[in-house]
Design a protein. Structure first.
Lengths: 109, 127
């Protein structure tokens, strides 16, 4: 099983600043990585796929980078509505062996 | 517009059976893989399994193989997740999810991400 490890567990950032979230895969997954945002009581929402491509309707302040085993989600000019838990997910194999990271909780200072 | 609308919250006792549903609309249901993700209380996301409605080919995470059954009905464009004997540890929110890619029968299948999610079904198992 590919283990996805996210860091930090919790991140506290002031509005207007930049947030940097990390995701590491236990083996190479090429660019087959997605990022999701989940707010309390809501279903997760797709932000990024293919490691770098923003999903439809996602603001340009969200950007993804990385390939292989190291990935980063960057949120520039943090807005108050960006709080929540962020998950990475790998989708590198068929038959499917999809796995999620344990999540990073982003708090707004 | 793609929509995945799940059935309502359930409260069950250990040992009971349960089948929850996910009604899909806005796309060609048979040729998109559709599956389920579990979220234990206060915890992260776990992929459970996925099914191709056109031929009912189902694939499971090893953690859930034999514990649940995923099915789909093309005539009602609905996917299902069922348990034959619930445990307290099945208490969670369950989300249905859909692959992004249209995959007609016979076309090479590629692993995928989930742009579409249902609203979640809360299942509580308690005596």
């Amino acid at each position: 099983e590919i283990v996805m490890t996210q860091s930090p567990g919790t991140l506290s950032v002031s509005p207007g600043e930049r947030a940097t979230l990390s995701c590491r895969a236990s083996q190479s997954i090429s660019s087959n990585l997605a990022w999701y945002q989940q707010k309390p009581g809501q279903a997760p929402r797709l932000l990024i796929y293919g490691a770098t491509t923003r999903a439809t309707g996602i603001p340009a302040r969200f950007s993804g980078s990385g390939s292989g085993t190291e990935f980063t989600l960057t949120i520039n000019s943090l807005q108050s509505e960006d709080f929540g838990v962020y998950y990475c997910q790998q989708y590198n194999y068929w038959p499917p062996k999809y796995t999620f990271g344990q999540g990073t909780k982003l708090e707004i200072k | 517009e793609v929509q995945l609308v799940q059935s309502g919250a359930e409260v069950k006792e250990p040992g009971e059976s349960l089948k929850i549903s996910c009604k899909a609309s806005g796309y060609t249901f048979p040729s998109y893989w559709i599956g389920w993700v579990r979220q234990l209380p206060g915890q992260g996301l776990e992929w459970m399994g996925i099914i191709y409605p056109d031929d009912s080919d189902a694939r499971y995470s090893p953690s859930f193989q034999g514990q649940v059954t995923i099915s789909a009905d093309k005539s009602t464009t609905t996917a299902y997740l069922q348990w034959s004997s619930l445990k307290a540890s099945d208490t969670a929110v369950y989300y249905c999810v859909r692959h992004s890619r249209h995959t007609p029968l016979g076309v090479l299948i590629k692993p995928d991400f989930f742009p579409n999610w249902g609203q979640g079904t809360r299942v509580t198992v308690s005596s």
